[in-house]
Structures are given as C-alpha cells and as structure tokens.
Design a protein around this ligand. Structure first.
Ligand SMILES: Nc1ncnc2c1ncn2[C@@H]1O[C@H](COP(=O)(O)OP(=O)(O)OP(=O)(O)O)[C@@H](O)[C@H]1O
Length: 334
C-alpha cells in the first residue's frame, strides 16, 4: 500500500488509517451496547488507563525524551519527565491507599509491598537463591493480585470511569455527543421529590432506606419484594415508609424515574469499621453500595437523621442541602 504520511519517522499507509477507523468504530459500538449498564463505568475507566498509558509511551519518544535535564542530585540527572513520572506514581499510590484503607485487602497490599521490598533487598545483597524464589513469587503474584483485588480493581476503574471526559456535563460530551446535552428537568424533579420525602420522614422519625440505582442491572432478592413501577413522588415514598404501611420494611429501589420495588431485602455489609451503634438499616444500605455504584439514602427511625452510603462508605447526619448535592452528582453529573 502506498505511504500516506510520516510522523517522526514512522510511515503511515491506508491500512493504518483503516485500522484506526475500524478500532474507533468498534469502541463506539461497544460503548453503545453497554452504555446503560454498570460495565460502562468500568469500560471508561479502562479507556482512561489505556489513554494515560499511550500518553506516557508517546512522551517517552526520543524527541521528547531528549529534553534538557532539570537538575542534578548526587550525580543523578533528573528530567522533567522523571518528575512527572514520579508525581503520577505518588498520585496512584495515594489513590490506591485511600481506596484500600480499612479493607482486608489493605493488609494483603502491605504484605505484597513487604515481599517486593525483600526482593530488592536480597537482589542488592546478591543472594541468588532467595532472589530467585521471590522473583517467582512475584511473577505468580501478579495473577494473585488480580484475583484477590478483583473488587477493588473494579471499584478503582469505576471511580476513574465516573470522571472521564464522557461524563454528562463535560466539554467533550457536549461537543461530540449532543444528545446527552439535554435538559435535566426529569432528574431535577426526582431530586426535589426525594428531598421533600426525606425531609418529612426525618422530621417525623420515619425510618427509610432508598436505593438510587444508576445501573439497570441492579441485583436484589425479588422473592420478598413487591414490584411498584410507579413514578417517583414524595407522597408515594412517604406512604410506603409510613409506620403502618405493609410495605415499610426493607428497602425501596428507584431506577431512572421509577420506583421499581419496595420491601426489598439487601445484602448486609460486614465491614468491621462501620460504627458499632448503627443497625441493620444502615448496614444493608452500605452493603448494596459496596460492589456497585448505587447510592443508598437512609433515614434513621431512632434519631431522625439522614445519611447516605456510596462505594461502601457511610456518610452520616448529612443536611438536606448536602443530600441534594449528592443526588445531583449521582443522577445528573454521573
Ligand atoms: N437486609 C435488609 N435489607 C433491607 N432492609 C433491612 C434489612 N435489614 C433490616 N432492614 C430494615 O431496617 C429496619 C431495622 O432497622 P435497625 O433499627 O436494625 O437499623 P438502624 O440502622 O439502627 O436504623 P434506625 O436508626 O432507623 O433504627 C428493619 O425494620 C428493616 O426495615
């Protein structure tokens, strides 16, 4: 095939262009296929990691790499890219620490770091047998890490995916996906109705557990639940959670603009770091958010306080204003 153009010594032909176009087409098709599911957040997270990876690869191209040194320290030369590299690594380690903090995986993470440190130590001390053993351990360790940290890796990619340029209000989305740039009247109405209901239930100490599911594939036990399938309205929410209502026990699931079900039994969180005084309503609210990007809104019957749970973290005693901001973040910015 004839050569079309050259970039930094690389020749590009028609096939390369076709290759890129087919690649882009497949990515767009795949995105459209999964855009209403939770997987889209993971996919966007992966896309972001890949983009950063390619960016870093490109930055290491000789032309860029030959930039002038910044300074010298004990005979080592430091370049701008070394500093950027270091900053990115520090940022990632901090993010990883924040993500794992408080979970069982954190101890495993520290254990793995110790193995790594030991490996570098025995290597520096030129102890071949130990070096070999630890090296093999580390090689297998990569697969072990993926298996052990599967929920955390998923959560990490979800967090990244939420902040990608494809978020609803990003410049990129407005420019290239104008159908997403619509008015959010319906979502704003849902938020208003929810906040009104929560305010009234908190004032009357009516216990409530509302799950706002952002993915259509929310999994819950349907055997015990009652299907509602009605528009979200403050009055309906209040009547469901009213103390003498036969539907008040358990959680309510909201998906899109519909109250999908009530009386739902959710998985209870087993996180030992949750405050000991909280009961099952709060624990099950946290439980449903641990491996999904649902938001749980909880009104305490005992204290009349409002809390929400997201990504397995419980935020207690939030004001109605804070709740509204969180709902905007989940339903509109998400
Ligand atoms: N697994 C579950 N899934 C959904 N809802 C649950 C679950 N377990 C308990 N609940 C709800 O929580 C209620 C019991 O709340 P409990 O007093 O144990 O929790 P709490 O967190 O202390 O809340 P409160 O502050 O309102 O008392 C039950 O009546 C039921 O409605």
């Amino acid at each position: 095939m004839t050569e079309l153009f050259q970039i930094k010594g690389y020749a590009f032909g028609w096939m390369n262009v076709l290759d890129v176009l087919v690649g882009i087409f497949l990515i767009i098709q795949f995105y459209r296929l999964i855009k209403r599911t939770l997987a889209v957040k993971v996919f966007l997270g992966l896309l972001m990691v890949c983009s950063v990876y390619f960016l870093l690869r490109i930055l290491q191209m000789p032309v860029v790499y030959d930039m002038k040194e910044v300074f010298q320290l004990y005979g080592y030369e430091f370049r701008w890219l070394n500093i950027l590299d270091l900053l990115i690594v520090v940022f990632l380690v901090i993010q990883l620490y924040r993500l794992l903090q408080g979970s069982l995986a954190f101890n495993i993470f520290v254990g793995l770091l110790v193995v790594y440190a030991a490996y570098f130590l025995v290597q520096a001390l030129k102890m071949p047998i130990l070096t070999n053993i630890l090296q093999n351990f580390i090689n297998v360790g990569i697969i072990a890490i993926i298996i052990i940290f599967q929920p955390e890796i998923r959560k990490f990619l979800l967090v990244l995916g939420k902040k990608t340029p494809l978020s609803k209000d990003s410049f990129f989305t407005k420019l290239f996906l104008p159908d997403k740039f619509k008015s959010y009247k319906e979502e704003e109405n849902i938020i208003d109705e929810l906040v009104i209901a929560v305010a009234r239930m908190a004032a009357s100490h009516t216990g409530a557990l509302i799950i706002i599911a952002t993915s259509y594939r929310v999994k819950f036990d349907t055997a015990s639940s009652i299907t509602i399938d009605a528009n979200v309205s403050a009055k309906l929410i209040e009547s469901i959670f009213a103390k003498n209502s036969p539907l008040h026990d358990g959680a309510m699931i909201i998906i899109g603009n519909k109250i999908l079900a009530a009386k739902v039994i959710l998985p209870v969180s087993e996180n030992p770091d949750l405050p000991t005084r909280i009961g099952l309503r709060h624990r099950s609210g946290v439980g449903i958010t641990e491996h999904s990007d649902n938001l749980a809104v909880i009104v305490s019957e005992e204290r009349g306080a409002v809390s929400y749970a997201q990504d397995g973290t419980l935020v207690q005693n939030v004001s109605l204003e804070d709740l509204k901001i969180k709902l905007y973040e989940v339903l509109i910015d998400g």
